[in-house]
Design a protein around this ligand. Structure first.
Ligand code: HEM
Length: 146
């Protein structure tokens, strides 16, 4: 069972992190160079359809695996062992991702224009950096910090 959950978690990671890397490294520079927000929206709208379910799968499978590793949820936040630190880091990244996404959705996107594109690129860079951090923290569950 754990193997299927891990496969789902890794597939979700390829979509979420891979999609954001394409957005940040390929689409965003194009949009900034041409000052054209349409380039961004044309990528974001279809990506959201697969990206949001992928993030949902990450959360469900991630919480499931965390529960298998540490079945006592209050131990997730004691920060006195590697597993607790890593689970807390994943949940902190999730919180930061939500905060930046909410800011983008309700504050930046409604007034997105060539003039606000630069400010919006900070949002994209942040969510992409968090998505890469999710993967790096994920690999540490196996290797530990040492
Ligand atoms: C977009 C979000 C996420 C991405 C991209 C991501 C990515 C990854 C990756 C690449 C691994 C490495 C798997 C391996 O070493 O074989 C991993 C492991 C793990 N992730 Fe995530 N993750 C995300 C969200 C979460 C969340 C929200 C949790 C909840 C606490 C979580 C919990 C875990 C756990 C417990 C493992 C260790 C699995 C194991 O090695 O047995 N992840 N993650």
């Amino acid at each position: 069972m754990l193997n299927y959950i891990l496969i789902a978690h890794l597939l979700g990671a390829t979509i979420w992190t891979g999609g954001h890397l394409i957005l940040a490294l390929v689409i965003l520079p194009k949009a900034l160079a041409s000052r054209n927000v349409e380039v961004l929206l044309q990528f974001e709208e279809p990506f959201e359809k697969i990206g949001m379910p992928a993030l949902g799968i990450q959360i469900i499978t991630g919480l499931w695996m965390a529960y298998q590793l540490l079945p006592n949820i209050s131990m997730w936040f004691t920060l006195d062992n590697d597993l607790s630190v890593l689970i807390s880091l994943k949940l902190l990244l999730l919180l930061l991702t939500f905060l930046v996404a909410l800011h983008a959705r309700f504050y930046m996107i409604p007034k997105l224009s060539a003039d606000t594109l630069k400010a919006f690129s900070v949002n994209i860079t942040l969510v992409t950096s968090f998505s890469v951090a999710f993967v790096i923290v994920g690999t540490l569950f196996r290797t530990g910090f040492g």
